[in-house]
Write a protein that binds this ligand. Structure first.
Ligand code: URA
Length: 309
């Protein structure tokens, strides 16, 4: 375990034991930034490779239904070439070779380019930068938030503001690095209260139902490409969009659910747990213990140990 990870984990422990609203020191922030700039680590194992095997089942003469966790069902005109290569019109079931990390990264890059070009909803015209998401293309664990804020809009990267720095500490407390996981959002562009002023602070809002619906397919394709085993939904917007829009975060959190996607039938089940959004933890330090309990459930499932020291 690297010292930088230990230090971040120790700071998160300290954060848990204090009721102060903001214990994000400048030193901690710059360590987090330095940590984030380290190159991604590849964590492919034979088990993960088996997990990525995809299988296609004939559904009709014209289209084959994908029952894979690694490739989404997409409309023909929106398939990337990598996805299209995986969709075969065959009258029998067969197994495709696994996607390598490089192939997954290529697919994720293609999806990111589509997101950057997207103007399907008004957010596409008011954003400064689209924020597709980032991380390990072969991640076992994904974190999904609601949508980019001011900092993310300016840099085109997810969770890099104050909430993101707390998320880094939460990840480190789990014994992981930011580069081990994949971090994305439900909405890929900054939802603003006043879209005419992207330079204003305090101008963030949650994505609305229409924006979520339009953006959903991008996220589903990312999940299908990565094929994680676990997803952590950060906050009520992500929890409702991914688990159940009829329940509150309070009712959804604290237990695992099975993730169901609208456009992809997952062959390998993905477990999803909801917890508090880091921004909510900054506002309500009383919720930190419950959030940590949720993360510990994920750690237990993944066989992760809390870093020592
Ligand atoms: N909040 C989110 O939900 N996502 C981000 O990327 C940043 C803040």
């Amino acid at each position: 375990m690297k010292d930088s990870v230990r230090a971040l984990a120790a700071e998160f422990k300290q954060f848990l034991s204090t009721r102060q609203e903001d214990d994000l020191t400048p030193a901690a922030c710059s360590r987090a930034a330095a940590h984030m700039s380290e190159p991604p680590r590849t964590t492919a194992t034979p088990e993960r490779q088996d997990h990525l095997t995809v299988e296609f089942v004939r559904e009709s003469k014209k289209s084959a239904k994908i029952v894979s966790s690694a490739a989404p069902v997409s409309e023909a005109n929106t398939n990337t070439s990598a996805e299209a290569a995986l969709i075969h019109d065959s009258s029998f079931s067969f197994k495709e070779p696994v996607m390598s990390d490089a192939e997954k990264q290529t697919l994720l890059n293609q999806i990111a380019e589509e997101i950057k070009a997207c103007r399907r909803c008004p957010l596409g015209s008011t954003r400064l930068n689209a924020v597709p998401g980032e991380g390990n293309p072969n991640a076992t664990l994904m974190f999904i938030g609601e949508g980019p804020g001011f900092d993310e809009d300016h840099k085109g990267r997810p969770f890099i503001g104050r909430a993101g720095q707390l998320l880094d500490k939460m990840i480190a407390a789990m014994g992981l690095k930011r580069e081990d996981v994949f971090i994305a959002n439900i909405a890929k562009c900054h939802p603003m209260v006043n879209p005419e002023n992207p330079e204003a602070h305090g101008n963030d809002r949650a994505p609305n139902a229409g924006e979520i619906a339009v953006c959903r397919k991008f996220l589903e394709r990312q999940i299908a490409a990565i094929s994680p085993k676990y997803v952590v939904a950060l906050g009520g917007v992500a929890a409702k969009a991914l688990i159940s829009d009829t329940n509150s975060l309070g009712a959804l959190r604290g237990k695992f659910h099975t993730l169901h996607l609208d456009s992809v039938e997952l062959k390998n089940p993905i477990k999803i747990i909801a917890t508090f959004h880091p921004a909510a933890l900054l506002r309500n330090p009383n919720w930190k213990k419950d959030a940590w309990a949720d993360l510990q459930m994920v750690m237990a499932e993944m066989g992760l140990k809390r870093p020592q020291g």
